[in-house]
Design a binder for this molecule. Structure first.
Ligand code: SF4
Length: 357
């Protein structure tokens, strides 16, 4: 078996920052219960590792005792949640990804200018709930082209669309094209709302999946960007499986004809889970590991200002805690074997590995 590790994969800058926030809060408020509003990121392992360290996850800020410490998750919250936390005297630390905050700001600005906003995304996703809360009277959510017929439009000349940050670029394109056909004057956001991490991980799968017989995506079922990676693989004709960790690997997936496997991970999936799956494939199937480097990333987000102030007050230099972004180093001890560069073209040019070769 040939195992290609997609790069980039796994943690994005927003997820790193959000996890780092909870780490630092646990350290700074040692001995105090730390509450997190909603799953800090959509990954079962990340959440259960924090639960093991005493973090309490809540779905309503009223569950946090008055005066307690609460962290808002990477997906962002509505102004109503912020106001409720303030009214209860909670010490709130905002781990919202700044690329989600950007979409919130666009929603507020367009609503003030009198635009109706069509928010392309998944209605019940935490991010869409938070963004919609910024301008509930101006925003309508569009999940599919079929939703367009039931939209209530006052003035088709004063319309703008925004998108959830973690959509499939393929699916979003279909919906946006349908919106443009229905409302030719609709404005686009000033810059792309689907974030760099979502775009890069999807692009890597789009480039590499045609070389593989099977794509494995490490991520949880409620992780939007992880599920989207399985859809992108299917769109280019390669079947894909979403799995939380190595315990979900099923030998039945690796029957006849599965000789090349592409392994990637959603933006909220820790790299040690990828390594565990790689190790299993090396041990069970004698896989050789190949680096599928498509795009380099070096994006970093800083900690929230109020957390940095508390850290300084307690003699901790936030800079000293900074996490540097780097592509994971593949070591035999963790991944089961050392890696070699992928020697075939990821773009399907000359030298492309034929299916099953
Ligand atoms: Fe931010 Fe994108 Fe990561 Fe979401 S997936 S946390 S929007 S960088």
């Amino acid at each position: 078996m040939r195992l290609i590790l997609a790069n980039p994969r796994g943690f994005c800058a927003g997820v790193r920052m959000a996890i780092d926030v909870v780490d630092q809060v646990l350290d700074v408020f040692d001995g105090q219960t730390v509450y997190v509003y909603h799953e800090i990121v959509h990954n079962r392992h990340v959440v259960s590792r924090f639960k093991d360290r005493g973090v309490v996850f809540v779905e309503d800020v009223d569950e946090v005792p008055a005066g307690g410490v609460v962290v808002f998750s990477a997906h962002g919250v509505s102004p109503q949640v912020r106001a409720r936390a303030a009214a209860r005297g909670l010490w709130a630390i905002d781990a919202t990804c700044q690329l989600v905050t950007k979409v919130h700001s666009e929603a507020v600005r367009y609503a003030r200018q009198g635009y109706q906003i069509l928010l392309v995304g998944h209605r019940n996703h935490q991010e869409v709930v938070g963004t919609s809360g910024e301008a509930p009277d101006a925003i309508q959510v569009v999940e599919s082209p079929e939703d367009i017929a039931s939209l209530r439009i006052d003035d088709p000349e004063r319309l703008v669309y925004l998108t959830q940050t973690t959509l499939s670029t393929d699916d979003a394109g279909v919906i946006i094209d349908a919106l443009k056909r229905a409302f030719p004057a609709i404005k686009a956001p000033p810059s792309e709302d689907i974030c760099y991490a979502t775009t890069n991980r999807q692009h890597a799968v789009r480039e590499l999946a045609p070389l593989a017989d099977l794509v494995l995506v490490v991520g949880s079922a409620n992780s939007s960007n992880s599920v989207r990676l399985t859809e992108i693989a299917a769109n280019v004709g390669t079947p894909a499986r979403l799995l939380d960790d190595v315990s979900a690997l099923d030998d039945a997936w690796f029957g006849d004809g599965v000789e090349t496997v592409l392994l990637t991970a959603g933006a909220s999936a820790p790299e040690d889970l990828v390594a565990g799956i790689s190790r299993a494939l090396v041990e069970r199937y004698g896989a050789t590991i190949h680096l599928g480097d498509v795009t380099e990333e070096a994006v970093e987000f800083g900690l929230p200002g109020n957390l940095k102030r508390v850290m300084r007050d307690r003699g901790i230099d936030p800079e000293s805690r900074r996490i540097r972004v780097q592509a994971p180093v593949i070591r035999e001890a963790e991944y089961g074997a050392n890696a070699v560069a992928l020697t075939i073209s990821a773009r399907g040019g000359e030298g492309k590995l034929p299916r099953g070769a």
